[in-house]
Design a protein around this ligand. Structure first.
Ligand code: 5AD
Ligand code: SF4
Length: 458
């Protein structure tokens, strides 16, 4: 039985796409391995959102060439966003690469990789000295309805949480962002198919689904009509809410555009919706938001958060912020810092602006030095971390409802769980009794970002 090793960089969408690919390989008789040294096929699912992510994937793929020495038949493939944006040129950068597959062709990866592998194994039997060059496949074409191909999950897992891709692509044109280039136009899957997928997951013991889309609240806006003033996204939330066995629903990531009152209200009558949104702000300065081509003002962003907190007083909000965008002055940066202080995010991912190919911001004149970006990054992180830790400390002594997801990675003798606010709580207890269950836990301790608790369950 051949082995496939899949390394994933980037967002949850990529993790989900990798799962679809893994499933196709297991159906084709492969074993998914965590050990690259025993792999017959090595795949890297790539991210292009920042230069660092691209360099990591290139570095990893470069270092894995050594496996050819012992296993000359190994097939190497790049998938995902960098594969999409760089295509053929990757074969020049990475001479041992065999396959490059874009974001609309994940469902073809198995066919391409297995085809080459079988070919090589047959040839090897005939002539051991044969080299294996010349098998290149590059498929970065668009494909109609490719959004409907990300629908299967790996079976042999006890994880009570799952990602569900409800759409692909993005029609926005944020001036810093490569995603519209790598993921194409917005395309939603039909509600009925998404519901079917969630029902299958529920029947396998999944309790929590996270609905994924580049701008998830714009789901279906071009394909499906509003019903009773409700957007297709809210209709989808209602339909998933009906499914027996699914106890928790999350989604990521929403955008202020199209974040209307029907979605705010959904949080008042759909109790399975978790009290957390990851809501990217990017900047607190109107001038920079405009330069980013983000079509909202800081005031609008703050207003939505206030409405969300009114709808759900225990709502946790996390965000993404880019620092050192071209032309960002100290005053603009202070606007961001002050908004962070005002809104008291539960957590915040801070990114140093990274110039991306074919994006308008990359051509802007007032680019910052790495030193300025790093300095702002550190100053913002200090504020973000202080707020996050203070909020976590305040939870000591409280009782929270958690979903136990499985053994903790750092210490397999302890268990991981999450509150509705998406905070991780480490527990001690019997995995057979706790994993996959939703129950109350008392928070006993907090070391900075990690909470510890005691299960309150008979
Ligand atoms: N530079 C830095 N950060 C970026 N992001 C997207 N593009 C860039 C870029 N060019 C960040 C945004 C987005 C997150 C996924 O990555 O904050 O929300
Ligand atoms: Fe990276 Fe964006 Fe592609 Fe996700 S969609 S992998 S974040 S570039």
């Amino acid at each position: 039985m051949p082995n496939v090793f899949i390394k994933t960089y980037g967002c949850q969408m990529n993790q989900r796409d990798s799962e679809q690919v893994a499933r196709m390989f297991t159906e084709g008789g492969y074993t998914v391995t965590n050990d690259e040294f025993e792999a017959d096929a090595i795949l890297v699912n790539t991210c292009s959102v920042r230069d660092q992510a691209e360099q990591k994937a290139l570095g990893k793929m470069g270092s894995m060439v050594r496996h050819r020495q012992k296993r000359p038949h190994v097939v190497y493939g790049f998938m995902g966003c960098m594969a999409q944006s760089r295509g053929q040129e990757l074969f020049q950068n990475v001479p041992h690469l065999d396959v490059v597959v874009g974001t609309q062709k994940y469902h073809k990866v198995f066919e391409y990789v297995d085809g080459i592998l079988q070919n090589r194994l047959e040839r090897r039997m005939d002539d051991l000295k044969l080299t294996y060059k010349g098998d290149h496949i590059c498929d970065v074409e668009e494909e109609k309805d490719s959004q409907n191909t990300i629908k299967d999950h790996v079976n042999n897992t006890t994880d009570p949480t799952a990602f569900v891709s409800i759409m692909q692509g993005c029609n926005m044109k944020c001036s810093y962002c490569i995603v519209p280039d790598t993921r194409g136009r917005e395309r939603g899957r039909p509600i009925a198919e998404i519901v079917e997928e969630c029902k299958t997951l529920a029947s396998r013991g999944v309790k929590e689904v996270t609905l994924l889309g580049q701008i998830v609240n714009l789901y279906g806006r071009t394909e499906f009509p509003k019903v009773d003033g409700k957007s297709p996204f809210v209709q989808l939330l209602e339909a998933v809410h009906e499914i027996e066995g699914i106890d928790r629903i999350r989604f990521t990531s929403p955008h202020p555009i199209g974040y209307r009152d029907d979605l705010v209200e959904a949080f008042t009558y759909l109790p399975k919706l978790c009290s957390h949104i990851h809501f990217p702000m990017q900047s607190g300065s109107d001038k920079i938001l405009k330069a980013m081509r983000r079509p909202y003002k800081n005031e609008k962003f703050v207003e939505i958060i206030k409405k969300m907190k009114a709808a759900r007083p225990d709502m946790a909000i996390t965000t993404d912020i880019i620092v050192g965008f071209p032309g960002e002055t100290e005053e603009d940066f202070m606007d961001t810092l002050n908004t962070v202080k005002e809104l008291e995010f539960d957590n915040c991912f801070v990114f140093r602006y990274s110039q991306r190919r074919n994006t308008p911001a990359a051509e802007m004149l007032e680019q910052h030095t790495e030193k300025t970006k790093e300095d702002r990054n550190q100053r913002l992180l200090a504020v973000v971390n202080e707020i996050a830790q203070r909020k976590n400390h305040a939870l000591i002594g409280t009782v929270q409802e958690v979903l136990c997801t499985g053994p903790s990675k750092n210490n397999p003798n302890t268990l991981n769980s999450r509150t509705p606010q998406n905070k991780i709580v480490i527990l001690e207890g019997n995995p057979d009794r706790l994993v996959g269950k939703v129950f109350k836990a008392k928070i006993t301790e907090c070391t900075g970002f990690t909470l510890y608790g005691t299960p309150l369950i008979d």
